[in-house]
Structures are given as structure tokens and as C-alpha cells.
Design a protein around this ligand. Structure first.
Ligand code: HEC
Length: 244
């Protein structure tokens, strides 16, 4: 009887830990999968091709990459897009950029370092210009997945039939112009992809600044639960030892 109970309670604890572990390990990939791949397009032969997402080089511990990404975001994106949940001061703090430098180089659309990132041009005006309002980008990496955003930014192609001369494989007939076109020509493909990787890395940080810490805490919680298993097991043995 006691052996049976011990076994069942142990297996319940074990199952709980396993479930927690799966949740922690699987969460980022499950999130990306929520985006539903990178779409389909029709190629020159009229065949429908499924576009595989490219893997975004996300590493929130790489401060250099995050800093380069922040500079790119402030230079190329905030003309149209806001990031309403992100303050410039948080960029300074988390990315180890001296506040003076943030004030000098990254305060593009406001003059207070405590301000949120706002778009230079009002989204409603832009909706009239582009046919679609540029969405706020604070959380886009969580909504679409890092790989989607990375693939999207790398999937602009020339299309003279579009108003801005460019189209996108991931988001067909996107209202967004290929704003990195000159950079792409200037840098060459390899270097360009690395810079877009930095940009998407920064956007991943924006969407969840504590993502790296969350994983560390998760590992500690699991270790704690594993360690807790030992006294719980011994206690269980003690409680049931006289019940035969
Ligand atoms: C000239 C204005 C403009 C600039 C500059 C611009 N965008 Fe956009 N962006 C748009 C518009 C408009 C849309 C909406 C596209 C649509 O829905 O067809 C968009 C859409 C997007 C989307 C898709 C969002 C979604 O979930 O549908 C992403 C991601 C994005 N932009 C990222 C960027 C990044 C990163 C930069 C800087 C490199 C940037 N954009 C610069 C106008 C702009």
C-alpha cells in the first residue's frame, strides 16, 4: 500500500517537473511557431512556393549587437514606426549605452530621455499616404516571431508595379517601402544580413527585455524543484514507514 502511494506521488511530482521543464524550454519556439511560418508566394513558373523562415540570430547577451540594432532602429524605422512601450532611458540602462550618447545620437523623435519612442510622422497621416498605418513595433517580435520579422526584412524585392518600386515575399503587397535598400547596396549581402540580424536582435529585446533573465530564473526554479524532491521523498518515506 505504502509503496504504491509513494510511487504515485513521486510520479506526480516528476510529471509536474517535466511539464514545467517542457514549458520553459519550448516557449520561445512555440511563440515563433505561432506566427505560422513565412507565407507562400507564386514563383515565375506560376507554382506556389512555401517560404521557410530564416533563423534570426538572437542573443540578448550580445550588447554590441543590441547597440548596433538600436542605432539602426532609431535611424531607419522611427520615422514611421513608434515603439510605445520602450523608453530611451531603458535603452541606455539595459544596453550599457551612456545616457549622454543616447541623448546625442538616439533621441530622434523626442528630446527627453525618459520619453517613449514615438513615430516622427503621425500614423493616421501615414495611413493616408501608404494605404496602411505602420504598426507600433514594441511587441511585433512576440506577435510574429523573431524569425518572421528577420525573414520579412530580408525579403524585399524590386517590383515596378508597386508604388515604391518594391514588394515583399513574406507580406505580399506590403505598404512599407524597402527602407534599407541603400544600406543593402552599400554593404553587400553578407554584411547587410548581419546588420539586419542586429536590428532584429534589438527588436527582440524591445519585445521582452527580461527574456534572458527569464530563462535563467526558469533554470533556477527547476533546480530548486529538483532539490526539493529529495526532502519531499524522504519525508514521504518517513510518514508512511509505520503504515503497512
Ligand atoms: C516610410 C515609412 C516606414 C519606414 C521608414 C519603416 N516602415 Fe515598417 N511598415 C510601414 C508600413 C506602412 C507598414 C504596414 C505594411 C502593411 O501592412 O502593408 C509597415 C510594416 C512593418 C512590419 C510588419 C508588421 C506586421 O506585423 O504586419 C514590420 C516588422 C516593420 N514594418 C518593420 C520595420 C523596421 C524594422 C523598419 C526600420 C528598418 C521599418 N519598418 C521602417 C512603414 C515604414
Amino acid at each position: 500500500m505504502s509503496a504504491f502511494n509513494l510511487k504515485s506521488s513521486l510520479s506526480k511530482i516528476g510529471a509536474g517537473i517535466l511539464l514545467a521543464a517542457t514549458a520553459v524550454i519550448a516557449s520561445p519556439s512555440a511563440m515563433a511557431a505561432g506566427g505560422g511560418g513565412c507565407g507562400t508566394y507564386t514563383n515565375a513558373d506560376g507554382e506556389n512556393v512555401t517560404l521557410e523562415c530564416s533563423h534570426a540570430p538572437i542573443d540578448l547577451t550580445n550588447k554590441g549587437s543590441l547597440q548596433r540594432g538600436a542605432a539602426m532602429f532609431m535611424n531607419y524605422c522611427v520615422g514611421c514606426h513608434s515603439a510605445q512601450y520602450v523608453r530611451h532611458s531603458r535603452i541606455a540602462q539595459d544596453l550599457d549605452i551612456p545616457p549622454e550618447l543616447v541623448e546625442k545620437y538616439l533621441l530622434v523623435t523626442s528630446d527627453q530621455i525618459g520619453d517613449h519612442i514615438t513615430a516622427q510622422i503621425d500614423p493616421d497621416t501615414q495611413a493616408a499616404w501608404f494605404g496602411a498605418a505602420p504598426p507600433d513595433l514594441s511587441l511585433v517580435n512576440r506577435l510574429r516571431g523573431d524569425d518572421w520579422v528577420y525573414t520579412y526584412l530580408l525579403s524585399f524585392y524590386e517590383d515596378p508595379s508597386r508604388p515604391w518600386g518594391a514588394n515583399n515575399l513574406v507580406l505580399a503587397n506590403a505598404a512599407m517601402p524597402h527602407v534599407l535598400h541603400n544600406l543593402q547596396k552599400e554593404l553587400g549581402q553578407e554584411e547587410y544580413e548581419a546588420r539586419v540580424g542586429d536590428l532584429v536582435n534589438f527588436m527582440a529585446w524591445m519585445a521582452e527585455p527580461v527574456r534572458h533573465e527569464r530563462k535563467i530564473y526558469g533554470a533556477f526554479v527547476l533546480l530548486f524543484l529538483l532539490a526539493l524532491l529529495i526532502p519531499v521523498y524522504l519525508l514521504n518515506k518517513e510518514f508512511w514507514k509505520d503504515v503497512k
